[in-house]
Design a protein around this ligand. Structure first.
Ligand SMILES: Nc1ncnc2c1ncn2[C@@H]1O[C@H](COP(=O)(O)OP(=O)(O)OP(=O)(O)O)[C@@H](O)[C@H]1O
Length: 217
């Protein structure tokens, strides 16, 4: 059978269940993500978005269900997993080895795009929250995976970087990558090709969240 990367699925999940004790958080999640798709995952606080992403990323085992992601992935968790004693460059070198990359060319590009190249030799302990998040995102993207799972990746970003993040996400989509972004921000939803709403432990597609009101402004 010929390979059809443009229509290939980069992620396929079916019947995913997860409970924490008696709290049944995911109740049969089905999700297919094609190549070249920028998709959003929204839902109320505590609805299980991070739990689902961790399961999709292979960091948490589901109680039931299947997850396939042929071709590898990059995962940017909500909380940064950085070592405060290491510099930005040391993190890049560490992940270069982990990903078996010949060089750091892509990582350097990402440093420039996200505007934190000046911090290359700074220790993580001295970085602001937003700059740590830029490093977190860079570590998820630097091996150019076919699938990106990003859990609120722009927390702490200033407006310019926030806009650059969306340009980067759209560019990756145009290059045939799949990008799944957990988002809390209502006006982000217009940026997605597909949008899933996690509610009651299941996904519904195409549900737009209401725009925030600006009461008091
Ligand atoms: N390790 C855990 N042990 C017990 N309960 C957990 C654990 N992790 C998450 N939960 C619970 O599972 C539910 C889903 O949590 P999760 O973090 O996946 O939600 P979320 O949609 O990502 O939330 P938020 O929008 O606040 O980030 C919550 O009620 C949470 O308290």
């Amino acid at each position: 059978m010929p390979d059809t990367p443009a229509h290939a699925l980069t992620l396929q999940a079916s019947g995913v269940h997860k409970s924490y004790g008696r709290h049944h958080v995911l109740r049969g999640v089905d999700l297919d993500l094609p190549a070249g798709c920028l998709a959003g995952l929204v839902g109320e606080n505590g609805s299980g978005k991070s739990t689902l992403l961790r399961i999709l990323a292979g960091q948490l085992a589901p109680d039931a269900g299947e997850v396939h992601c042929p071709g590898g992935l990059g995962y940017c968790p909500q909380e940064t997993v950085l070592n405060p004693a290491f510099t930005v460059e040391q993190h890049l070198r560490f992940f270069q080895v982990a990903y078996d990359l010949p060089d750091l060319a892509r990582a350097r590009e990402l440093l420039d795009v996200l505007g934190f190249a000046a911090y290359l030799h700074h220790r993580v302990a001295t970085l602001s929250g937003g700059t740590r998040q830029k490093l977190n995102l860079t570590l998820a993207l630097m091996h150019d995976p076919r699938l990106l799972l990003l859990d609120e990746p722009y927390q702490g970003f200033d407006w310019d970087t926030y806009e650059k993040f969306w340009e980067l996400a759209a560019h990756l989509r145009d290059q045939g990558r799949s990008v799944l972004v957990v988002s809390h921000i209502a006006f982000d939803t217009a940026r997605f090709d597909r949008l899933w709403h996690l509610d009651g432990g299941r996904l519904a597609e195409g549900v737009r969240v209401a725009a925030p009101t600006r009461a008091g402004s």
